[in-house]
Design a protein around this ligand. Structure first.
Ligand code: NAG
Ligand code: NAG
Ligand code: NAG
Ligand code: NAG
Ligand code: NAG
Ligand code: ZN
Length: 794
């Protein structure tokens, strides 16, 4: 080519210069064209290989541009993946894992070998796993006694009327109940103390129960409370007792709350029949879960060795408490007979107490006179000790999009067949399925992190500390968290979730066969009430949802009032009970693994994150309805147990102490409503865009149609980013009033219920306290969050 130029210059004088132009134009055209083709080719390659190809690769589709040669299969298509995740879980294997976990005690921080076993199993199934350790402040039981005393009429001594056994009976058929090293009955985070005082029956010990006592002029200060289990989190029963100056708390399981299945109704008790064993005791934590979960001494940061420690008393009680059986409660309740008012003469929240009437308990409120007292002696050892989370990781092909799936491993008792190890067994079967899929060539698009948490029972410690440690990464990468705690204690599917995830649960429930084949072919969804509740607290999703702003779901199969009584946190939550009553044949364990497997497949294998933003908008609207109903005090008779306890957990501010203007507050709710409408429009747009992208993915776009491919790839990336970060907009950095650890403005555990989910906690608490100044503040914060969420979807 260069040789050509010389004659051209030489002919300048003879040839018209313009002859150069066509020639050069031609050359330029070719140069540019070839560059363009190169760039286009490279771009196509990039688009295909980086953006689209992994999706097709993953789905076993042979891309015309870069796919494997015909006949060579790599990857799995979605149906094949689902088939593996449906076919792998087996009832026999689930039983085998459950037998392992329930063979010995595994109280938080007490069983490293179970963490190692879990890690080794996961590794064996092809999931790279590690143990992560935290040093946490925790208590173990030392000694306890409970004695009913009466001043002797003859001398100045006290006669012992009754000494509680504080033990659960050994049952010959059930080996876990007879273990030498079985765990005593006690409360996690209860205070050491030795108190002697008259006592008062406080019903369920809800905020309003205590308020009714105060309003009736019953003296509670200096007394010991005896409360029924139920409704609100046990720690809150103790918290309010302490605030009112009470010196100790007993909490017992009243068979009146066992529905149909009671010995009074003629049912035998475990192991002969399905009713509650009279000696069964519900252990459990008395941490103030709605104030702050996790290690009480490391608020907001991980409990690593050597970190500074804050005073624990912000989130744990300083008065002693112990859990007792109804067999131990009967003599104590009977000692109240004839003292103070009778429950049946009080309002409807009290006059339902009948569960132990057949045993001679008349449910008098008391207090007992000074010569009838209880001595409650509770000795706890407090120390800082290691806990072990097992974390397994399956890397995905998309960077920075992660699904986390967790279950806790620790249990109050050697058994724990339902809580939590039915979940551990189901999770293991899910992981075995994922391992099989990986073996078959599956490469998940998104990373999956599996977690076996320790220390959940004391206060969601293992998960909370982990979230606190990895918060920046979780907030940058975590798409969703799937929790399973008690996978099975009966046959009814119960779910809770962030509304963006609801459809994912429904889809999975429709694809899994119910273990109940009374009607052939019926699915889990066919026998499900379809209810998906807002998440409060009570399991390991709490830190994900309320601290990190991650959408969460929680799944379980539970019994209803007509099913065998589940001996929650008792020695009788054993493998033997599970085989006999909870899940004979372990079919519901298998079904749970299948549902979880399908949810995981959907979340990590769908190119477009399968969220529904509009469903969130609708939920925000309906939560606002409930706030307005509450404000107008239009609330009808509560019907569900949750509604009853929500009502009873209200802190009713004094009528003559209203702060601010209710009208201005109402106006601010209207403004929230408008923001929700705008959010809904944006949410619908994103959902439509997601549907469009899914449609385009189905259409086989030719490799050379770069524009269409770029548009699709850009849309996918945009929608996925918007879905992933949507939930984060609902976090408010300063946190809720008086409990700054809780950052979510839409969801929180009820301040005085603990378990059940309060929606718009800032608004609801302000209404309860009739503090509309504070209400206005919260309306502003919530509106700003919703506006931010709407903006994030633009
Ligand atoms: C730990 O758990 C295993 C399996 O359940 C059990 O065999 C063992 O006794 C437990 N170890 C301790 C120290 O309790
Ligand atoms: C996953 O990817 C990370 C970061 O690239 C890497 O450090 C880690 O070893 C990988 N883990 C597995 C199990 O492949
Ligand atoms: C607890 O108090 C009782 C009654 O005051 C007393 O007899 C007993 O020795 C105390 N026990 C402990 C362990 O302090
Ligand atoms: C916690 O203990 C500290 C001192 O140890 C005390 O000053 C503070 O009042 C206590 N707080 C509560 C809520 O009991
Ligand atoms: C099984 O399903 C049928 C409905 O098809 C229902 O009536 C029955 O109560 C279910 N049985 C159990 C044990 O859940
Ligand atoms: Zn649990």
């Amino acid at each position: 080519m260069p040789s050509e130029s010389t004659p051209l210059i030489q002919t300048v004088h003879v040839a018209p210069p313009r002859h150069r132009y066509p020639h050069n134009t031609c050359r330029r055209f070719f140069t540019i064209a070839s560059c363009a083709i190169l760039i286009a080719g490279f771009t196509t390659f990039l688009i295909n290989s980086i953006l689209i190809w992994p999706y097709e690769y993953n789905h076993g589709r042979r891309s015309r541009f870069s796919g494997p040669p015909p006949g060579v299969r790599i990857g799995l298509d979605h149906e094949e993946l689902e088939t593996i995740l449906l076919d792998t879980p087996s009832s026999e294997r689930a039983e085998e894992w459950l037998r392992y976990y329930t063979a010995g005690p595994h109280l938080a921080g007490k069983n490293l070998s179970q963490a190692e076993w879990t890690r080794d199993k996961w590794e064996e199934w092809g999931v790279k796993s590690n143990i992560i350790t935290y040093d946490v402040y925790i208590n173990y039981p030392r000694d306890h006694s409970l004695t009913l005393l009466e001043k002797s009429k003859k001398s100045r001594d006290w006669d012992i009327l009754f000494k509680a056994s504080l033990e659960e009976d050994v049952i010959d058929e059930d080996p876990t109940t007879a273990l030498e090293d079985r765990i005593p009955t006690f409360h996690g985070y209860s205070a050491t103390g030795n108190v002697t005082a008259p006592f008062v029956f406080v019903n369920y010990g809800t905020y309003q129960d205590y308020q009714d006592l105060v309003d009736a002029g019953i003296e509670v200060e200096g007394k010991i409370a005896i409360a029924k289990y139920g409704g609100v989190f046990r720690g809150l029963k103790v918290k309010r007792a302490q605030e009112l100056g009470m010196v100790g708390v007993l909490i017992y399981s009243d068979p009146g709350d066992d529905g149909e299945i009671t010995t009074e109704n003629g049912y035998d008790y475990y192991p002969v029949g399905p009713a509650r064993h009279p000696k069964s005791v519900q252990r459990g934590s008395v941490q103030y879960m709605s104030t702050r979960p996790g290690d009480p001494t490391t608020p907001g940061y991980p409990s690593k060795p050597g970190v500074p420690r804050a005073p624990a008393n912000v989130s744990i009680p300083s008065i002693p408490s112990i859990p007792i059986s109804y067999a131990d409660a009967v003599p104590i309740l009977k000692a109240l007979n004839g003292h103070g008012p009778k429950s049946s003469d009080w309002n409807k929240w009290w006059n339902q107490n009948k569960g132990l009437e057949y045993k001679g308990v008349e449910y008098y409120i008391g207090p007992t006179p000074d010569h009838v007292v209880l001595n409650l002696n509770n000795q706890q050892e407090y120390l800082v000790t290691p806990l072990w989370d097992v974390i397994g990781v399956v890397n995905g092909t998309i960077p920075n999009e992660v699904l986390i799936v967790g279950n806790h491993r620790d249990s109050w008792i050697a058994g724990g067949a339902g809580d939590p190890n039915s979940g551990s067994a189901a999770l293991n079967e899910v992981i075995r399925g994922v391992g099989k899929a990986l073996e078959a060539g599956w490469r998940p698009l998104r990373t999956i992190v599996f977690a076996s948490w320790d220390g959940e029972e004391y206060g969601l410690i293992g998960s909370t500390e982990w979230v606190e440690e990895f918060l920046p990464w979780i907030q940058a990468a975590n798409v969703a968290y799937l929790n399973v705690d008690v996978a099975v204690s009966g046959p009814h599917l119960r779910t809770g979730a962030t509304p963006t995830l609801s459809q994912i649960i429904r889809d999975a429930a429709h694809k899994v066969q119910s273990p109940n084949q009374t009607v052939e072919g019926q699915t889990v969804a066919d026998l499900w009430d379809g209810k998906i509740s807002p998440l409060g607290s009570g399991s390991d999703y709490t830190a994900f949802q309320d601290f990190a702003g991650v959408p969460c779901m929680d799944l379980s199969f539970e019994g209803a009032t007509e099913h065998p009584v589940y001996h929650y946190h008792s020695n009788y939550d054993s493998l033997h009970w599970m085989k006999l009553y909870g899940d004979p044949g372990f079919k519901y364990h298998k079904a749970m693994s299948q549902i979880m497997g399908l949810i995981i497949a959907n979340l990590v294998d769908s190119v477009v994150i399968p969220f529904q933003a509009a469903e969130y908008a609708d939920a925000l609207g309906s939560y606002l309805d409930s706030v307005e109903v509450k404000l107008e005090a239009k609330r009808g008779e509560p019907t569900t147990e949750v509604e009853i306890f929500e009502l009873r957990a209200q802190v009713a501010g004094a009528l003559d102490d209203v702060k601010g203007s209710m009208d201005a507050f109402k106006e601010s709710l209207r403004a929230i409503r408008e923001s929700i409408c705008r959010f809904r429009i944006k949410a619908l747009e994103v959902d439509e865009l997601a549907a469009w992208a899914n449609h385009e993915l189905e259409a086989d776009i030719p490799w050379w149609n770069i524009i269409r491919r770029i548009k699709l790839a850009r849309t996918i990336m945009k929608v996925n980013k918007q879905y992933k970060f949507l939930e984060r907009n609902f976090l408010y950095d300063s946190g809720l009033d008086g409990r700054s650890w809780f950052k979510h403005v839409v969801y929180a555990p009820g301040l005085w219920t603990g378990y059940s989910g309060a929606v718009y906690p800032g608004l609801v608490e302000s209404i309860d306290e009739k503090d509309y100044v504070n209400g206005l503040k919260w309306a502003g914060i919530i509106k700003a969050c919703i506006d931010k969420a709407a903006k994030s979807l633009e």
